[in-house]
Ligand binder design. Structure first.
Ligand SMILES: NC(=O)c1ccc[n+]([C@@H]2O[C@H](COP(=O)([O-])OP(=O)(O)OC[C@H]3O[C@@H](n4cnc5c(N)ncnc54)[C@H](OP(=O)(O)O)[C@@H]3O)[C@@H](O)[C@H]2O)c1
Length: 296
């Protein structure tokens, strides 16, 4: 078994991004790319994700800013902030950290974002372009998974790929990307969800298995074909007496069992999560370049 090392690849990409920021922006007297995040409420996971994104921006020389609002922000006020960021020429791209409080529709918020600044790639315009294989911002987690497969030169063409989970941000887009006529792509994809029957029989056929269902340790060794490639998207915090923070992260895959049987596997942490952040940075750089014809 080999690790699909998200940290290794994310660090390589960060080096590439930092070089590009230096050569194409700073050395030319231009402002570096600027990623903004809107953060509503105090959800600990969201706070930690946004802090991680800010840290990563600093590492590659981007500017970052966070617009923080209380849980009870009105829909109108949130729209006002989105409109402001849509029109601020200093901002290359921005995200609205999900989940949002229940009184605000996530779809309405996503639709309010200017697609040319939608570096999370969740806007229907970007998702539609993705469907048609047109240039667009790809959603960060699926993009990160595709980059991992590409950089490890994992063959996807003609392979059986099973995706567990059909969310709009992970399962559905990654299944589209893997089945597209491109490289990586050209896989035969089965997309499973909570109503799928006989999931074990399906996963046992998978050359590439992607688990994105949000159920800790769901994928066990008996569900996995020998030498399969296993991508674990799940993130769960579980209590830990040995870590300083008091918790540790695990995924949707039972790593100790499955890693004995597969050819490649992503660890949690250190796998898809880091690739997600770096993909967001890549989208932000692309957004910044689109707004600066001089550096294209
Ligand atoms: N690493 C990263 O960067 C990253 C990014 C995003 C999410 N995540 C993590 O990935 C996991 C999934 O997140 P998400 O937002 O994609 O998922 P989500 O919106 O919670 O959706 C879960 C999906 O899994 C399906 N599902 C649930 N139980 C199932 C079962 N027993 N068998 C088959 N399918 C089942 C659901 O089916 P239905 O549609 O039928 O309900 C749904 O499609 C979570 O742990 C999340 O924290 C990680």
């Amino acid at each position: 078994m080999k690790l699909l090392d998200g940290k290794l690849i994310a660090d390589q990409i960060k080096d590439e991004l930092a070089r590009e920021v230096r050569e194409n922006f700073i050395d030319k007297g231009l402002n570096p790319p600027h990623l903004a995040a809107i953060l509503v409420g105090e959800d600990p996971a969201s706070l930690s994700y946004v802090a991680g994104k800010e840290r990563s921006c600093r590492e590659v020389g981007f500017t970052s800013s966070v617009y923080r609002y209380p849980e009870n922000i009105s829909r109108e006020k949130l729209f006002e902030v989105i409109d402001f960021l849509n029109h601020d020429p200093e901002i290359s791209g921005f995200i609205v950290q999900l989940p949002l409080p229940r009184h605000i529709s996530e779809l309405e918020v996503i639709e309010r974002i200017d697609p040319s600044k939608d570096v999370d790639g969740f806007h229907p315009v970007n998702l539609g372009k993705m469907m048609l294989n047109l240039p667009c911002f790809l959603p960060a987690t699926p993009k990160g998974i595709m980059t991992l497969l590409e950089r490890y030169q994992i063959e996807t063409s003609g392979k059986n790929c099973v995706v567990l989970g059909r969310s709009n941000i992970v399962g559905t887009p990654v299944s589209v990307l893997l089945s597209r006529k491109s490289n990586p792509g050209n896989a035969t994809v089965t997309l499973c969800h909570s109503l799928s029957q006989n999931i074990r029989a399906l996963t046992a056929q998978a050359d590439i298995l992607i688990a994105a269902i949000g159920k800790q340790g769901f994928v066990t060794a008996d569900m996995v074909k020998n030498d399969a490639v296993v991508i674990d998207v799940g993130i769960h915090r579980i209590p830990s007496e040995t870590s300083k923070s008091g918790f540790r992260l695990v995924g949707d895959v039972d790593f100790p069992g499955v890693s004995k049987k597969c050819s490649y596997i992503t660890p949690v942490p250190g796998g898809v999560g880091l690739m997600t952040v770096v993909s967001l940075l890549q989208n932000t750089l692309a957004a910044a370049r689109m707004k600066l014809p001089a550096v294209q």
